[in-house]
Design a binder for this molecule. Structure first.
Ligand code: ACM
Length: 529
């Protein structure tokens, strides 16, 4: 009998020590503990500062999905779950202490509290994410966490140019980003194949440039088309709605307006900004890079400044992305106008002409108090003084820009292009190409050995890109994005010393129960690797 009792005691101990912590991204400091806090109908939530009220309410409504009733939320410090202000913490930091009696969240800002909330939610059973879960209580494992991000810039890019995603789709994408403490969404809004944002001064951008007469079917090398018109754009009211929605989740949206390349759709409506004002341009139907680019005419600069003025009014964040990538110089080379301009300005070649183009735009954006961001091609022909560089052709551009004392975002295609295959191309759905398993995404280290400690300070963070030539709907976006975006989130947030792929993979597998409850179409290909 005595032995049985000891055995029982032992089993209870084991039971407690089986607490799991499938946190993504992994926190800076986590002390695991036994036992747990039970959220039930008597649980109350308090906050000591009005900035924390929305976070307390978010917790209450999540808990209500399981309990069927919102717990009481009240101002003050006397509740079983307390959100309190701690001004000694960093802007994005939080402390979270969970004991059997109480949950204490400390943060300096609403943002820190929001990140604590994401951690807390991930510690709850997956069933608490499902609609209509019914249970009398929710058990959360005890622990003590002190957390803050490694990098300030943590981002995903969504290409709405090749395929259009509805307002609800974009909000859903934002919801998923927020779960992993990502804080910027780069929104690629203009492309050869479609212009996606209403600009009041240039109505033909939505009337003509947002619609292509047909789309590529299969891989673009096969030259097959579907014969069906395709289009879509966001009204300015919809943009404002999405920006406000994202800001409640502490996500800043960075708009990208491409120039001087990737602009064939603009020319379909306004040919006067291209090489041949007489040419009948069409919105491009084939994927790939167009030779039809903007020309550095005064009218073009006036157009771009008008567009950027409306865009800057819609997006309150600091960064405005102007593309700058993949601008073929063929037409500039063959143009009397461009060649005369190169001579008149004393430039060496077409690359310096592109640099002139970008510098003018940088000057304009800077004069409005914003910061210009561009793909690494903006280094060619000389980097404009205030530009921040997004390194996509590997890390070379990022390294070079950091050495020139410019801030950079590392978004190398070989690690973070989520349109690449994540497994065997014979068994995966059609993708652009490449080979980017989860483990490769996870292995990226932003502090490159080529950088000195001082130069490395210019690495603001990382971004993964979802280019959508081959990704036609949000379910497929989910498949390509998850779980690889979780690797990106961990590279961006977790301390370098905590990184361990096998352990991460186990956490992803444990955590995926939550993605199942949310009906996210994430890929399981990583399990076979
Ligand atoms: C890019 O992939 N052209 C930035």
């Amino acid at each position: 009998m005595r032995y049985l009792f000891i055995l029982l005691l032992f089993l209870v101990q084991i039971g407690y020590s089986q607490n799991t912590y499938n946190l993504i991204p992994y926190p800076a400091k986590l002390e695991k503990a036994e036992g747990g806090f039970k959220v039930g109908l008597k649980t109350s939530i308090s906050y000591d500062n009005d900035e924390l009220l929305p976070i307390a309410n978010m917790l209450a409504s999540q808990v209500a999905k399981t309990l069927g009733k919102n717990p009481i939320v009240k101002k003050g410090k006397s509740a079983s779950i307390v959100f309190t202000t701690n001004n000694s913490l960093g802007e994005e930091a939080y402390n979270l202490k969970i004991s059997s009696k109480k949950i204490e969240v400390q943060s300096k800002t609403g943002k820190g509290a929001f990140y604590a909330l994401q951690t807390l939610l991930q510690l709850m059973p997956a069933s608490s994410f499902a609609e209509n879960a019914t249970s009398a209580e929710i058990q959360i494992p005890n622990c003590s966490i002190e957390d803050a991000p490694r990098f300030a810039y943590r981002s995903l890019m969504l290409d709405a140019g090749r395929h259009f995603f509805s307002v609800d789709d974009v909000k859903h994408f934002i919801d998923l980003m927020a779960m992993y403490k990502l804080n910027n969404m780069h929104w690629h809004l203009t492309e050869d194949q479609g212009w996606r944002i209403e600009i009041k001064k240039y109505p033909l951008l939505t009337k003509i440039s947002s619609i292509r007469k047909e789309s590529t079917v299969g891989h673009y090398r096969d030259n097959k088309f579907d014969g069906k018109p395709y289009g879509g754009f966001y009204t300015q009211d919809q943009v404002k709605d999405i920006v406000a929605y994202a800001s409640k989740k502490y996500i800043n949206i960075i708009p990208e307006i491409e120039m001087p390349g990737h602009s064939q759709a603009v020319l379909a409506a306004y040919p006067q900004f291209g090489g041949n004002p007489d040419k009948i341009y069409e919105v491009r139907t084939k994927w790939g890079v167009s030779e039809d680019v903007l020309f550095p005419r005064e009218e073009t600069f006036k157009f771009l400044e008008d567009v950027l003025t409306e865009v800057m009014d819609l997006f309150p964040g600091q960064y405005i992305h102007i593309g700058g990538d993949e601008c073929p110089k063929t037409q500039w080379k063959e143009s009397r106008f461009c060649q005369d301009m190169i001579k008149k300005l004393g430039l060496k070649d077409e690359h310096e002409l592109q640099s002139y183009f970008i510098r003018r735009i940088d000057k304009f954006i800077t004069s409005k108090g914003k910061k210009m961001l561009g793909w690494d091609e903006i280094l060619e022909g000389g980097l404009s003084p205030n530009a921040m560089v997004m390194s996509w052709r590997g890390v070379k551009g990022g390294v070079e820009a950091a050495k020139q004392n410019h801030d950079v975002v590392m978004s190398p295609n070989s690690f973070f292009y989520l349109d690449y295959y994540q497994g065997d191309s014979k068994t995966e759905p059609l993708a652009i190409g490449g080979n980017l398993p989860l483990s490769k995404c996870y292995s990226f280290e932003p502090y490159l050995p080529e950088l000195t400690e001082q130069e490395a300070k210019h690495v603001m963070g990382v971004q993964a890109n979802i280019w959508t030539e081959y990704i036609g709907d949000i379910k497929y976006v989910e498949y390509m994005t998850f779980p690889r975006a979780l690797a990106l989130a961990e590279v961006a947030w977790a301390p370098r010393k905590e990184k361990n792929y096998e352990e991460f993979k186990n956490r992803v597998t444990g955590h995926s129960a939550i993605l199942d409850a949310l009906k996210v179409n994430y890929s399981k290909t990583y399990l076979k690797q």
